[in-house]
Write a protein that binds this ligand. Structure first.
Ligand SMILES: *Cc1c(COP(=O)(O)O)cnc(C)c1O
Length: 388
């Protein structure tokens, strides 16, 4: 028997990091002490009070059965309280919130609820690849919105092709942004909501990094815009905020019809989030938030160290107070892939080449600040030994 992948699988873009993975394994095999700043996965453990809450909840047999598909009422009410507290936004827990098995799950399934074959998703690039693959799996077509330095890595809404705009159903945004670290203002979100209303678009906002910041308040939410809930859904995650990437919990919040559609897809595909994990998530969201502040400060310290090393090597970076990424310009005359393999071969540092996130990422590499300070000092020293 031979089996052939579906057209939709075959249409996925090729894995761009294959060559880099090969070089990494080769360098490793030579015994080089590698500093891995490649993958965006927090290195620190989940705070203990959250783990304790899971332990208690895991013992309770009430949590051993199928969860409620759309999430425990109590979890959704906590999310509503979070929106009131942080953004002064009123959210109806019952109809405007849905728990997710990590936000990636919601982002990937959302297009199934609202795209028909041939409909367009307006997708920023460079970006997290799931907006594009979710669109593809739903039979939709992604039309790119380049994020350029000259526009502060925000999409230029006026530059979207009228033909694409006519067929577009969803516009995706992600701020604080992965991979660039760029932020969006409330004014930008207000313009986006107005644009979406004018062109009958759904705003799908990925807010996975809204709390990964060294500032005292979270990044703005698109739902803070008056009327934002008429057009927008926001995807949120506990993964990056509370070092919980392995736990698989997040939520979608916003327009009730958008939440309902996503919920309908989900009820046919999965059976919700393990309730013990939802209870632990509630402990995270309602418990002391000093762990969030400490991580924000730690990332600021780490950023300062790495950026100093990059500066000494003559490499420019985007300044930001958000995320745990450093978006660095590649020295003149090199491609992203050239530079990433040079960093690996010459100083044993693993990064992600920017073009892996989309064509406009060419000319950049992304460093993830997921190693402890002494390792980053070592990385900075090694970088400073390079001159461009
Ligand atoms: C990490 C990440 C996510 C997904 O996080 P989950 O663990 O699935 O909640 C979503 N969007 C962006 C931009 C990310 O970097």
């Amino acid at each position: 028997m031979t089996f052939e992948f579906s057209e939709r699988l075959k249409a996925l873009p090729p894995y761009l990091f294959k060559e880099l993975d090969r070089i990494r394994d080769e360098v490793k095999a030579k015994g080089v002490d590698i500093i891995d700043l490649g993958v965006g996965d927090p290195d620190r453990p989940t705070p203990p009070h959250i783990i304790e809450a899971l332990k208690v909840a895991a013992e309770d047999k009430a949590n051993h059965q199928y969860p409620v598909y759309s999430g425990m009422n109590a979890f959704r009410e906590v999310v509503a309280r979070v929106y009131k507290r942080r953004y002064n936004v009123d959210v109806v827990a019952e109809t405007e919130v849905c728990s997710l098995i990590g936000s990636k799950e919601g982002l990937a399934q959302f297009p199934l609820a609202f795209l028909n074959p041939g409909d367009v998703s307006l997708v920023p690039e460079p970006s997290y690849p799931v907006y594009r693959s979710g669109t593809l799996f739903a039979g939709g077509v992604s039309v790119y919105m380049p994020l350029l330095a000259k526009n502060g890595f925000l999409p230029d809404l006026g530059a979207i092709e009228p033909e694409a705009l006519k067929k577009a159903k969803i516009i995706w945004v992600n701020y604080p942004n992965n991979p660039t670290g760029a932020a969006a203002s409330l004014e930008f979100y207000a313009k986006l909501v107005e644009f979406a209303k004018k062109h009958s678009l759904i705003v799908a906002s990925d807010a996975a990094y809204s709390d990964v910041t060294c500032l005292d308040k979270p990044h703005p939410s698109v739902l803070e815009v008056p009327g934002g809930k008429d057009v927008a859904v926001e995807f949120h995650s506990l993964s990056k905020t509370y070092n919980m990437t392995g736990w698989r919990i997040g939520w979608a919040v916003g327009n009730a019809t958008l939440i309902k559609g996503l919920g309908l897809v989900k009820s046919n595909v999965d059976s919700g989030v393990f309730q013990a994990v939802q209870l632990a998530g509630m402990a995270a969201l309602e418990g002391p938030q000093d762990c969030v502040k400490q991580m924000g400060e730690l990332y600021r310290e780490r950023r300062g160290i790495l950026v100093e090393g990059l500066k000494n090597a003559g490499i420019e970076v985007l300044k930001t107070d958000y995320t745990f990424y450093v978006w660095a310009s590649v020295p003149k005359g090199l491609t992203s892939a050239d530079f990433a393999s040079k960093l690996l071969n010459q100083v044993g540092i693993v990064t992600t080449p920017g073009n892996g996130f989309g064509p406009s990422g060419e000319g950049y590499v992304r460093f993830a600040l997921v190693q402890e300070v002494p390792r980053l000092k070592e990385a900075a020293q090694r970088l400073a030994s390079l001159k461009f």
